[in-house]
Design a protein around this ligand. Structure first.
Ligand SMILES: [Zn+2]
Ligand SMILES: [Zn+2]
Length: 211
């Protein structure tokens, strides 16, 4: 299952869901590995090429997902991250190698994520408030969030995306929209480059299958 053959303009088109929860509202525990495995199977069933595993204030499920795709050699590109609770709203951070602490201001959380040795991507999810819709210092913002609806965001300075915010494997397939990334290579730097250059488009789930 790959869309590598589909290269309009020389780009590889990847169907992505960048904000999902493998353990939902639950806590990390004995069943987490099973939930992560089911989540990845669900992502493949939903036809995704790229998935962000971004549990609430917990990086461990994302790191487990990375191990699991490698162990099973799954045709899925995992971005490990977390949805960090800040004093000013949630922030999705992708590409983390070590967790970020919750409950700081949004500005401080963004600064700490940017100071990391590893390069991170920062997404404002479900922007309920005007301050979030206008947030600076980020790479992308959700217009569509399948749990919370259409936030009618227009920004021409950053990527505007659609996420499932899935809290279970079943939620992944239920999301009718995807974020299509046009990457030059299927790698973390390829994903960063696509998002920072706004080669991210909101498309219906059935769109753009190269296979
Ligand atoms: Zn949230
Ligand atoms: Zn979420």
């Amino acid at each position: 299952m790959t869309s590598d053959g589909d290269r309009p303009g020389g780009f590889i088109r990847l169907r992505a869901d960048l904000h999902t929860h493998a353990i939902g509202d639950g806590r990390f525990g004995a069943n987490t590995a099973d939930l992560v495995a089911r989540h990845l199977d669900g992502a493949l069933k939903a036809g995704l090429d790229v998935i962000g595993v971004t549990d609430h204030d917990d990086l461990r499920p994302g790191l487990l997902a990375l191990e699991e795709v490698e162990r099973r050699n799954l045709p899925l590109f995992v971005l490990a991250g977390m949805e960090v609770t800040t004093d000013d709203g949630h922030l999705v951070v992708l590409g983390l190698q070590a967790p970020l602490k919750p409950w700081r201001s949004m500005i401080e959380t963004i600064a700490l994520a940017r100071e990391r040795d590893e390069e991170t991507l920062l997404i404002v999810p479900h922007p309920f408030f005007a301050s979030l819709r206008e947030q600076t210092g980020i790479d992308a913002i959700e217009r569509l969030n399948h749990r919370y609806g259409d936030f009618d965001v227009t920004r021409d300075d950053i990527a505007v995306i659609a996420s499932s915010d899935a809290h279970s494997a079943a939620d992944l397939a239920a999301n009718p929209m995807r974020t299509l990334l046009d990457v030059t290579e299927k790698s973390w730097s390829g994903v960063i480059d696509a998002i920072r250059n706004r080669r991210a488009t909101i498309v219906p789930a059935g769109c753009c299958r190269g296979d």
